[in-house]
Design a protein around this ligand. Structure first.
Ligand SMILES: Cc1cc2nc3c(=O)[nH]c(=O)nc-3n(C[C@H](O)[C@H](O)[C@H](O)COP(=O)(O)OP(=O)(O)OC[C@H]3O[C@@H](n4cnc5c(N)ncnc54)[C@H](O)[C@@H]3O)c2cc1C
Length: 519
């Protein structure tokens, strides 16, 4: 079953259906790519980048430019600086990397083209980076001194109802995966941002609002086709290479080769799902944090929620939003511990068919499927790009009152930023820390410090305030180029096995980026 890339443009969810179900407070919190009003309002932020080297069309030692060499090697389009289509092809999601110009962007149409591109570029000593959705926080799917292999044409999605598996092309974006799977009565857990690529999200873990029920995206991975640095295309599964399959489940995008296709176990589509939103007055913030952290990682697996603390330009807010895989009637009772906090209000509660709710969470109310993609990147896409910085932490023990006060103080600091806490527990934590490369299995929640625009100062102050209260781990999919000791923070006890696997499959470390696993 193919995706609907640029396909039928039927409206996916009417604005009225959305507004009827949610009060204004709930509506304000929905913004697909991040779940925070900050994210949706940041589109006017100034672009900047520390890496501003212009792409070069200079010939290689053979006298042929890399673009010419790629054109000779692959089916599919190759874009080069100064030529039509290059500017759009070079874009990634975070506007901070707008000025990074690869030497060429190759858009292969099949796995064999990826093999050829890798062989030809490796032979010439030209670096390549894979790109799926282009959402790497640190811009690691682009580079100024090499070539981007953009997998967006490898976007086919085929569901096998009998085996309850789905084969997903490495360039598919989450909203297209959800759409194709829902048509086949199936679901795969993943994030809410519709334009995140299946590759990056899976290879780094993949947390979303069905996560406590169905696990991480990576937990559902059963097989992957991957092109390694020697240009070989291998099918990696538990029989052919259990170490590499283990490593692909959270070992981080860009480390082992270029995946061309994933096969996932999928789950029966829940018939209905309910979005909810609870707000508290800021005066109850510490109690709200206490109630949420005692409840969110331990409640029924059918609920996954995110706690939001938004600085909101000096008028801080605290709320939680989440998804319940059931009907709305049960929600008030399930949220009772949160609603017991003084001033709590259930400001949003809307029950919908599962796919419709994913569109709501994606910020795609009233938009077509084509429009539910990034503007200027995907044909017909209307969702804005952003400039942002982020860091992350994990919390393994309930925050004591001083830790909760630190969160409150961080949020009250002037500036624009947010602390977004993803609740773990449930299916995510039933997997042992060493069973997959994703080590963060004994954590209660992940804090994402998110700062709007190109300045990182707001998140730095928040991250600094929280040092005494966090576990020392960080989420590799909220990849943080400024993090010292990132190897341990991302991979913990899994680092040695990851280093060994990397050494085996890419001994020359051809696939490289600043936080690549190296031994
Ligand atoms: C707005 C926004 C919302 C997000 N929401 C969530 C969320 O809800 N849950 C969550 O878990 N994460 C979330 N993330 C983080 C996201 O999972 C990571 O940024 C992820 O790496 C993005 O994947 P991508 O394919 O879009 O990115 P890309 O930039 O294309 O790739 C990310 C990394 O993977 C490599 N890579 C890409 N394709 C391949 C491939 N086929 N084979 C090997 N390596 C490859 C790239 O080289 C790069 O190093 C969000 C990110 C953003 C920007």
């Amino acid at each position: 079953m193919p995706t609907n890339r640029g396909g039928s443009d039927t409206s996916v969810l009417s604005r009225r259906a959305f507004l009827v179900g949610l009060g204004g407070g709930g509506a304000a919190l929905i913004a697909g790519c991040g779940g925070s009003t900050l994210r949706s309002s940041s589109t006017t932020a100034t672009a900047s980048s520390s890496a501003t080297t212009a792409g070069s069309t200079a010939p290689t030692s053979t006298g042929q430019s890399v673009a010419q060499a790629l054109r000779g090697a692959i089916r599919g389009r190759v874009f080069e600086p100064g030529k039509p289509g290059y500017t759009a092809a070079a874009r990634v999601y975070n506007l901070r990397f707008e000025d990074v110009h690869p030497r060429a962007v190759a858009r292969p149409v099949g796995a064999a083209d990826v093999q050829s591109a890798v062989r030809v570029m490796a032979h010439r000593g030209v670096r390549v980076r894979a790109r799926s959705g282009g959402h790497s926080y640190a811009g690691y799917s682009t580079l100024s001194d090499g070539v981007v292999i953009d997998l967006s044409e490898l976007d086919s999605i085929v569901v096998d109802r009998r085996s309850q598996t789905a084969r997903v092309g490495a360039g598919a974006q989450l909203i297209d995966v959800y759409n194709a799977l829902a048509k086949a009565g199936a679901v795969l857990p993943g994030g809410s941002c519709p334009s995140v690529g299946i590759s990056g999200v899976t290879l780094g873990g993949g947390f979303g609002l069905a996560g406590r029920r169905f696990g991480l995206t990576a937990d559902n991975l059963v097989s992957a086709n991957i092109v390694t640095a020697d240009g070989r295309l291998q099918t990696v599964n538990a029989q052919t290479d259990s170490d590499l399959l283990w490593a692909l489940k959270g070992g981080g995008g860009g480390n082992f080769g270029i995946v061309t296709e994933f096969t996932f176990n999928v789950h029966p589509l829940p018939p209905r799902a309910t979005f909810f939103n609870v707000t508290w007055p800021w005066s109850s913030a510490t109690e709200a944090i206490a109630a949420w952290q005692s409840w969110a990682p331990h409640t029924t697996d059918k609920i996954t929620s995110i706690l939001h603390l938004d600085s909101n330009n000096g008028a801080p807010t605290v709320s939680t939003a989440g998804q319940y895989l059931g009907s709305s009637a049960a929600v008030s009772g399930l949220l009772a511990p949160l609603l017991a906090v003084p001033g709590a209000a259930l400001t949003g509660r809307v029950e919908m068919p599962y796919l419709q709710l994913q569109l709501l969470l994606a910020g795609c109310v009233g938009k077509t499927f084509a429009a539910c993609h990034t503007v200027g990147v995907f044909p017909g896409g209307m969702l804005p790009r952003e400039a942002f910085n982020a860091k992350s932490d994990y919390v393994a023990k309930p925050l004591p009152s001083a830790g909760r006060a630190a969160m409150v103080a961080a949020t009250e600091t002037p500036g624009l930023g947010a602390l977004l806490c993803d609740s773990y527990g449930g299916a995510v934590n039933r997997v042992a820390p060493t069973a997959t490369a994703f080590a963060h299995r004994e954590q209660l929640f992940c804090i994402q410090y998110y700062g709007q625009g190109s300045s990182a100062s707001w998140i730095d102050q928040a991250w600094t305030k929280m040092r005494p209260y966090v576990s020392g781990q960080a989420y590799q999919n909220y990849i943080d180029p400024t993090l010292k000791g990132w190897q341990q923070a991302y991979y913990a006890e899994n680092l040695p096995r990851l280093e060994a696997t990397r050494q085996r499959v890419d001994p020359d470390h051809y696939f490289s980026f600043p936080q690549a696993i190296d031994s």
